[in-house]
Unconditional design. Structure first.
Length: 494
């Protein structure tokens, strides 16, 4: 789609709305004047009296559609809020024109960001009632009632976590960038452990050094860890001895004394052994994740997973001995060759295993993933919608409640990922990370440290090298980031 911006440079806001409404279109910015063809939009921003006004004009499928949105200029205070208001009227004007052209609205209405729960959470923190926050979703942003209910449930969970945060705390992420095989939908920075076996032991050595450095910096500044999460990749790709070594280093060097929750992502059932679970239990890990994604063997083969549904059941039996039901399980709606009936069978089997958390993801086509080139086998948006509706009805009926939610680019049907938990079994780290409520220190390759200033909403990011080999060669840069993170958190609440 050809895009023309008049009176502003909010290119990202326009592109976000274009991708939401017209996911098959790619943005173009011609140097030539408009030619009024069938896929073109002009979005203008200007002031009129005491208002800021956005006007969108869309040429689509032989028709011309126009819409205008405005807000009082008195709302503008400069800086971040100024940008938010201007981008909001731009998005809403484009949205109104696009909906008129298409004749239907997406489930999340005009909301385009990956964190829609931030909006009602921010309103309620500022003193608005839950009804006022919900009205903003449904009336201003045209979010469907079912999605507004999900967002409000998750916003209440976020408020509960906000009330538990204390000064000079942060959360911790430890990355293990190795997997048994690479899934067809995956674009994460991880390596097939068979091809990168020579890097695993040196990586553990380097990670232990980073843990020591991080611990020294945090303790020097009086900063403690509230929640911790070891992810990847698949952390249980490590041997029991390697896992024991990493966790021992964490206990010895990091300020974990007040850590209320430590999760390890076991992920692939073909990496889970009784010996590894015993190591995790010995180090007081609170919960683990086992991620089947599907219980349909034919779909697992299509994904490139080297395990069967029966192995998932076996892994859960082992986990039940060590952890009872304190297990997170992930599913994906819309996997290639899956069906609504197959997804329903998967969900019923997973609910029967009685995990504490079930996260239902919607398949997202990511750059670098094999599926980006093999889209012919994917489910239709309507099939995905049916899967998600079945999941919501089933999980609510089984006593689970939604507690965190996020969206991604190129997501099938423009839907969402939702984490569901039994009462009292919410994973606080997931909320903290997804809603960006607290600084998160990331250790390991591919980790991104987020330094969150809750007073201003400003977030600074410090990235570790992406790949294991680069990580092993970048010690000085890594140490500098740990010092910056500890000093930031110290001065933020000091």
């Amino acid at each position: 789609m050809k895009l023309y911006l008049v009176g502003h440079q909010y290119q990202y806001a326009v592109e976000q709305m274009m991708m939401t409404l017209f996911p098959g279109q790619k943005p173009e910015y011609p140097d030539t004047p408009p030619t009024w063809d069938q896929s073109m939009a002009q979005v203008e921003l200007f002031t009129r009296g005491h208002e800021v006004v956005a006007h969108a004009k869309l040429w689509w499928d032989g028709g011309v559609y126009e819409a205008q949105r405005s807000e009082p200029e008195a709302n503008l205070t400069g800086g971040l809020e100024d940008d938010r208001v201007r981008q909001r009227v731009i998005r809403l004007a484009f949205y109104d024109a696009g909906v008129a052209a298409l004749g239907q609205e997406p489930p999340w209405g005009a909301l385009t960001g990956v964190r829609p729960v931030k909006l009602p959470t921010r309103q309620m923190v500022a003193g608005d009632t839950p009804q006022q926050a919900r009205d903003t979703l449904t009336n201003l942003y045209r979010v469907s009632p079912s999605r507004a209910d999900l967002a409000m449930d998750c916003a209440h969970a976020a408020l509960s976590v906000i009330r538990s945060l204390e000064p000079k705390q942060l959360s911790l992420y430890v990355g293990i960038p190795f997997c048994p095989t690479r899934c067809a939908y995956c674009s994460f920075i991880s390596a097939d452990v068979k091809g990168a076996l020579a890097l695993v032991e040196p990586y553990v050595d380097a990670l232990c050094r980073e843990i020591e450095e991080a611990g020294a910096q945090l303790r020097a500044h009086g900063v403690t860890v509230k929640t911790a999460y070891m992810g990847g990749g698949t952390p249980t790709t490590l041997s029991a001895e390697q896992m024991d070594r990493v966790l021992t280093h964490m206990e010895q060097h990091l300020p974990l004394e007040g850590c209320v929750e430590f999760t390890v992502e076991a992920g692939r059932p073909d990496t889970i052994t009784r010996e590894k679970l015993e190591v995790l239990k010995a180090h007081h890990i609170h919960r683990i994740s086992i991620n089947p994604q599907t219980m349909e063997d034919s779909v697992l083969i299509e994904m490139g997973r080297a395990h069967t549904a029966a192995q998932i059941v076996d892994a859960m039996e082992l986990a039940r001995d060590a952890y009872g039901g304190m297990v997170n399980m992930d599913l994906i709606a819309g996997l290639p060759t899956d069906t609504v009936e197959g997804f329903a069978r998967t969900l019923e089997q997973v609910v029967a295993m009685d995990p504490a958390n079930i996260t239902v993801h919607t398949l997202a086509l990511k750059k670098g993933a094999k599926l980006m080139e093999e889209q012919g086998k994917l489910c239709t948006p309507q099939e995905v919608a049916d899967m998600l509706a079945y999941a919501e009805n089933t999980l609510r009926g089984a006593g689970y409640v939604p507690y965190y939610l996020y969206r991604q680019k190129y997501m099938s049907g423009s839907f969402e990922n939702v984490g569901w938990a039994k009462p009292g079994a919410v994973c606080a780290y997931n909320i903290i990370m997804m809603e960006e409520l607290q600084s998160v220190l990331s250790l390991g390759a591919g980790g991104i440290t987020k330094l969150v200033n809750p007073a201003t909403g400003k977030i600074d990011r410090l990235s570790n090298p992406k790949y294991p080999k680069e990580y092993l060669e970048s010690w000085e840069r890594i140490c500098q980031h740990k010092a910056q993170a500890a000093e930031f958190q110290h001065h933020l609440n000091g």
